[in-house]
Design a protein. Structure first.
Length: 191
């Protein structure tokens, strides 16, 4: 009897570990970093897809929790078609800490790489490529210091969700990046 109860306890514990968080169906499969919501400035579901991504704490002279991203697409933010929004975050380019091998004519990748707008069926209904994002870094690598970035855009008609992508040309000092304080906020019109 004790073995049965112990086995049942192990099974229930294992089932609880593999259970999806309550909001899982709301946004689809994601990579989990910690236990809070992205829109509140934390990083449980920071990116829906990521390559060489991880959670980092207290580094580069700043305390807190940051997402380290080499390549990734953020999980979707809910938006209202036709409204204006501001995406803001702090970023640190780890790749620019040592520029001794930097080649100005070498590989570059805009930072951020892309903004995408999706409808409620996850179909892309609009995008802004990195070189066309006002304020994006396109000519030289972002600095190896905490830098505040802010990007304003208007959502296309039929857009229900917004994502942004990060890419790296890490062999030429463009990334990987640390991201912190990520926010998407609606720009209210003054009356």
């Amino acid at each position: 009897m004790k073995k049965t109860i112990f086995s049942l306890s192990l099974f229930l514990a294992a089932a609880g570990i593999s259970a999806a968080p309550p909001e899982e169906e709301q946004y689809g499969a994601r990579i989990y970093f910690s236990a809070d919501n992205f829109e509140r400035g934390n990083y449980r579901d920071y990116f829906q897809t990521a390559f060489f991504g991880s959670l980092i704490r207290n580094c580069e002279g700043k305390t807190g929790t940051f997402a380290k991203v080499t390549y990734g697409e953020s999980r979707p933010f809910k938006i209202i078609p036709g409204k204006r929004y501001r995406l803001s975050f702090d970023a640190f380019n780890l790749g620019a800490k040592d520029l001794s091998r930097y080649n100005p004519s070498g590989a570059k990748t805009p930072f951020p790489q892309r903004f995408a707008f999706l409808d409620d069926s996850w179909k892309t209904v609009g995008e802004i490529k990195g070189k066309d994002i006002p304020g994006s870094e396109t000519q030289s690598p972002p600095p190896a210091k905490w830098t505040a970035y802010s990007f304003e855009f208007e959502c296309p008609r039929k857009a229900e969700m917004f994502t942004f992508s990060i890419s790296s040309a890490w062999k030429n000092n463009w990334g990987p990046y640390l991201l912190s304080n990520v926010r998407l906020s609606e720009i209210k019109e003054e009356k």
